[in-house]
Design a protein around this ligand. Structure first.
Ligand code: ATP
Length: 434
């Protein structure tokens, strides 16, 4: 993990948020390469779930929502984690993460299990308190109106369900998809971008007839696997399903599966898929007084649709992509580091170089090839720094699948060398075939 964090920092993928002022815990800034990788992941998701399907619609709701949203959804009352303080050193922790405890862990349980403070080693715990994780903000000039930064993107979907039904007339089942920032005042942000206070979600609310929920759930679960394995290219053997027990599920959920991934930090939740019944739309109907029923077309059959929610965290997906792409090997006795990123996710699809920087005819020809490829593929980079070996190492480390080199033969016969990142094999190809 440390090697990956260092690579991300050194090569301009991800930096600590506000690093220049000593950092801001739980926030991360994406550099040019990290931004490209993140956007490619988000675009792959959008294409798979929205653009390539006829039963899904994209939306983009506001981050700051009417506070009644969070009353109706239950977040105001219950969106909390158990907080405990060490009375000796005054550090604060998420109590359930101090061992194998449930969300309702008590001080007595911590003491009985002889849980020591991870910082000072004492056993001197305060009462466990429920700590609400929503970030408060004030809206307007009076400064009296409290609102919240959304802790999930899902509620922006539910609150627009009626608008979509009335404007797009979708057939049931249909899904609404949204990508965007979410904010949680996590007690202990940790493990690089895995648990942050500001992060990005990609969520789907799939509205169904409750009669078919089991089949709909299976189908969406399969789609989640297809997306993770075929589209994102994560290794199948690192992906696991955790069927969440009734005891650990939200009270309204009849089935929840956490999809976990073997990260270098251990097996942890990558995403979740939950059957949420009609909990959310019924709450909104009660709080808003607006009808949330759906009438099956051509009939008088009406009901509040039930919902299956696949919920993805962008950072956790990005961390899975980075950690499974990170490779160390040896080429001709020399250690090298490479990111085996799939071509459609890599920040750059290819890199164009002149063999020698000080030969104007090579540079001119290489520029010609570079500009042509940029027009065609957009995310193509140029590198004429150092010697060719160093350029290859750098491009390997940032995951560029192909390096295209223009040499003296190019001037003669219009062919170039293409060097493959993973095998380091080189082939000669006419420019017209690139
Ligand atoms: P956890 O148990 O790890 O706190 P959660 O069950 O609270 O996660 P959900 O509320 O189901 O998470 O959120 C859906 C998805 O959003 C998660 O599967 C994860 O990918 C992502 N996510 C949630 N919290 C964070 C966070 N603090 N930082 C980064 N991603 C997050």
């Amino acid at each position: 993990m440390e090697n990956i964090v260092n690579l991300c920092k050194r090569r301009g993928f991800i930096w600590q948020g506000s690093e220049i002022y000593g950092g801001m815990s739980g926030t991360w800034d994406y550099g040019p390469l990290g931004t490209a990788l993140k956007r490619n992941i988000m675009q792959a998701w959008w294409q798979y779930w929205v653009e390539d399907r006829e039963d899904m619609y994209g939306i983009d709701a506001a981050i700051i929502m009417n506070p009644r949203t969070w009353v109706a959804s239950g977040h105001t009352a219950t969106f909390s984690d158990p907080l405990v303080e060490c009375k000796f050193c005054h550090n604060r922790f998420r109590a359930d993460k101090l061992g194998n405890f449930g969300a309702n862990v008590t001080t007595e349980e911590l003491v009985t299990a002889k849980v020591k403070c991870p910082v000072c080693g004492k056993i001197d715990w305060s009462e466990v308190k429920q700590f609400n994780m929503m970030f408060e903000t004030k809206v307007g000039a009076t400064g009296n109106d409290v609102a919240y930064l959304r802790p999930e993107t899902a509620q922006g979907i539910f609150t627009n369900y009626r608008n979509v039904v009335d404007t797009m007339y979708p057939d049931l089942p249909f899904g609404l998809c949204q990508q965007g920032k979410a904010f949680r005042n996590e007690i202990s942000p940790r493990d690089f971008v895995f648990r942050s206070r500001e992060f990005e979600q990609m969520e789907i609310e799939y509205f169904i007839n409750p009669k078919t929920w089991e089949a709909d759930f299976e189908k969406l679960l399969n789609d989640c696997h297809e997306f993770l394995e075929q589209i994102i290219g994560l290794p199948k053997d690192l992906i696991h399903e955790l069927d969440v027990t009734e005891e650990d599920r939200a009270h309204y959920s009849r089935r929840t599966i956490d999809i976990e991934f073997d990260y270098p930090i251990g097996r942890e939740e990558l995403m979740g898929i939950a059957y949420r019944t009609d909990f959310d739309l019924s709450n909104i109907q009660r709080e808003s007084g607006k009808n949330m029923e759906y009438t099956i077309k051509g009939t008088t059959e009406k009901f509040i649709p039930h919902v299956i929610e696949p919920s993805f965290g962008v950072e956790r997906l990005l961390m899975a992509v980075l950690t499974s792409a990170y490779t160390e090997d040896e080429i001709a006795g020399e250690k090298r580091t490479l990111l085996k990123l799939p071509e459609h996710l890599a920040p750059f699809r290819s890199c164009v170089s002149p063999l020698l920087k000080n030969k104007p005819e090579l540079v001119a020809k290489a520029q010609e090839v570079y500009q042509t490829l940029r027009q065609k593929y957009h995310n193509v980079t140029w590198d004429d720094s150092g010697n060719i070996g160093k350029r290859y190492r750098k491009q390997d480390e940032i995951g560029t699948p192909k390096c295209i080199v223009i040499d003296f033969d190019t001037i003669e016969d219009n062919t170039v060398t293409i060097r493959d990142r993973d095998t380091t094999k080189q082939i000669r190809t006419p420019i017209s075939d690139l």
